[in-house]
Design a protein around this ligand. Sequence first.
Ligand SMILES: *[C@@H]1O[C@H](CO)[C@@H](O)[C@H](O)[C@H]1NC(C)=O
Ligand SMILES: *[C@@H]1O[C@H](CO)[C@@H](O)[C@H](O)[C@H]1NC(C)=O
Ligand SMILES: *[C@@H]1O[C@H](CO)[C@@H](O)[C@H](O)[C@H]1NC(C)=O
Ligand SMILES: *[C@@H]1O[C@H](CO)[C@@H](O)[C@H](O)[C@H]1NC(C)=O
Ligand SMILES: *[C@@H]1O[C@H](CO)[C@@H](O)[C@H](O)[C@H]1NC(C)=O
Ligand SMILES: *[C@@H]1O[C@H](CO)[C@@H](O)[C@H](O)[C@H]1NC(C)=O
Ligand SMILES: *[C@@H]1O[C@H](CO)[C@@H](O)[C@H](O)[C@H]1NC(C)=O
Ligand SMILES: *[C@@H]1O[C@H](CO)[C@@H](O)[C@H](O)[C@H]1NC(C)=O
Ligand SMILES: *[C@@H]1O[C@H](CO)[C@@H](O)[C@H](O)[C@H]1NC(C)=O
Length: 350
Amino acid sequence: MSLPFPSLNMRAFVPFLLVLGSAISSSFGGTCTGPPAGAVIVKPNTNVTGEFSDLGAAVNSLPVDDTSQVVFVYPGVYTGQVNISRSGPVTIMGYTRDSLDFAQNTVSLVHNASLATSASDDLTGTLRVLSNNVSLYNLDIRNDFGVALTNGQAIALSNQGDQVGVYACRLFSYQDTLYTNVGNHVYLKSYIEGAVDFIFGRHSIAYFEGNTIASKGAGCVTASGRELNDTGIYVFNENKIIAAPDAFPNVTNNVFLGRPWGDWARVVFKNTDITAPLNKTIWSIWNVGDPNTEFVFLAEYNSSGPGVEHAHRPNFSTVLTPEEAAQYTLLSAIPNYRDWVDAEYLLPEF
Ligand SMILES: *[C@@H]1O[C@H](CO)[C@@H](O)[C@H](O)[C@H]1NC(C)=O
Ligand SMILES: *[C@@H]1O[C@H](CO)[C@@H](O)[C@H](O)[C@H]1NC(C)=O
Ligand SMILES: *[C@@H]1O[C@H](CO)[C@@H](O)[C@H](O)[C@H]1NC(C)=O
Ligand SMILES: *[C@@H]1O[C@H](CO)[C@@H](O)[C@H](O)[C@H]1NC(C)=O
Ligand SMILES: *[C@@H]1O[C@H](CO)[C@@H](O)[C@H](O)[C@H]1NC(C)=O
Ligand SMILES: *[C@@H]1O[C@H](CO)[C@@H](O)[C@H](O)[C@H]1NC(C)=O
Ligand SMILES: *[C@@H]1O[C@H](CO)[C@@H](O)[C@H](O)[C@H]1NC(C)=O
Ligand SMILES: *[C@@H]1O[C@H](CO)[C@@H](O)[C@H](O)[C@H]1NC(C)=O
Ligand SMILES: *[C@@H]1O[C@H](CO)[C@@H](O)[C@H](O)[C@H]1NC(C)=O
């Protein structure tokens, strides 16, 4: 169905209000099955003038100015790389009957590229966020390249923007799924799948809450590339780490919470429910002969589940006290989060 205005579709208005800086604290929930007024519409095989059948073409059609723009995407599989680079805020929302549940997503964006055929890792990205104030809702973003022994880097989402929110999205790849590199980012109630270094980047402040993180095979969940004592940090609170439904057998005993790509790597996992069968050392060095552990802060608080049952952590990792853990919150990581984060996707504080 195609309604000119959303019916009982309050969620669709949230991004408009957020970019105006309104304080939104109540929960709207529900469906998102029609475009908000003024949205650019993307629909498979559309023949309606002004609509797009290609998501990249729709994004490229947005005015290059500071206005806020919304792209509404009807169910379908869309192929090709998409770059977001205009200066004004952009919201992309996928059709869904339950905006809080990634399992009900109906929109997929698919691309297949790896470092073997691209000039840089970033350029392999299926969706590349190159500007600020971007919000993504209910989108499945895949890089279907798969596995390779060398040059297997294949990014689903490359995030180089400030104030970027990822809400109930699913990101799929094997190596380097999520490049969370520059800016302040939140990833909320989403699904992130991969095997090798699949949440990585250099400088960003990234907050993850209520996500399911799925390991497909041997490798590290995070690879923080922090190279000096800058503000960069990855804070995880109340996420689940599982073995992906179609994980390779080598997922057992060969998954680690992270390894330091940079020797100031900084990653905090709080209140994580871990069923993926982690290697008992939990954290890994970068490489034999190049451990990169000198200045790292690789920390946990209240990890639970069978995945950490026989843990024997290395001396370069940290287990936080409750008082120390309390210092790593969304507010401490991103003090202005109330100005731009969609609070509907935050878990109630406990
Ligand atoms: C557009 O598609 C609809 C249904 O898919 C069809 O009824 C209509 O005739 C088409 N219009 C044009 C201009 O092709
Ligand atoms: C995205 O940006 C890259 C690098 O500038 C370019 O090669 C590619 O064609 C762009 N893709 C689209 C769909 O515009
Ligand atoms: C966009 O992001 C920039 C950088 O974070 C910020 O200063 C600006 O206020 C934002 N603009 C809007 C309209 O949200
Ligand atoms: C992706 O592209 C590679 C070549 O670069 C090809 O070998 C592979 O089969 C493709 N995978 C899919 C799922 O299309
Ligand atoms: C894990 O298993 C997959 C599938 O057999 C294989 O492609 C990959 O190279 C393995 N990873 C490691 C680190 O051995
Ligand atoms: C890193 O920078 C912070 C903030 O500027 C400072 O408080 C801290 O002491 C520095 N850490 C090291 C090890 O230099
Ligand atoms: C844990 O990882 C280390 C380092 O990769 C490896 O040598 C060891 O065999 C793994 N543990 C198990 C039980 O497989
Ligand atoms: C530990 O984490 C779990 C979620 O994995 C949470 O339900 C529980 O309240 C946390 N306990 C403490 C003491 O924070
Ligand atoms: C940490 O452990 C490694 C390997 O087990 C050991 O070589 C090193 O001396 C230890 N470092 C400290 C500071 O205890």
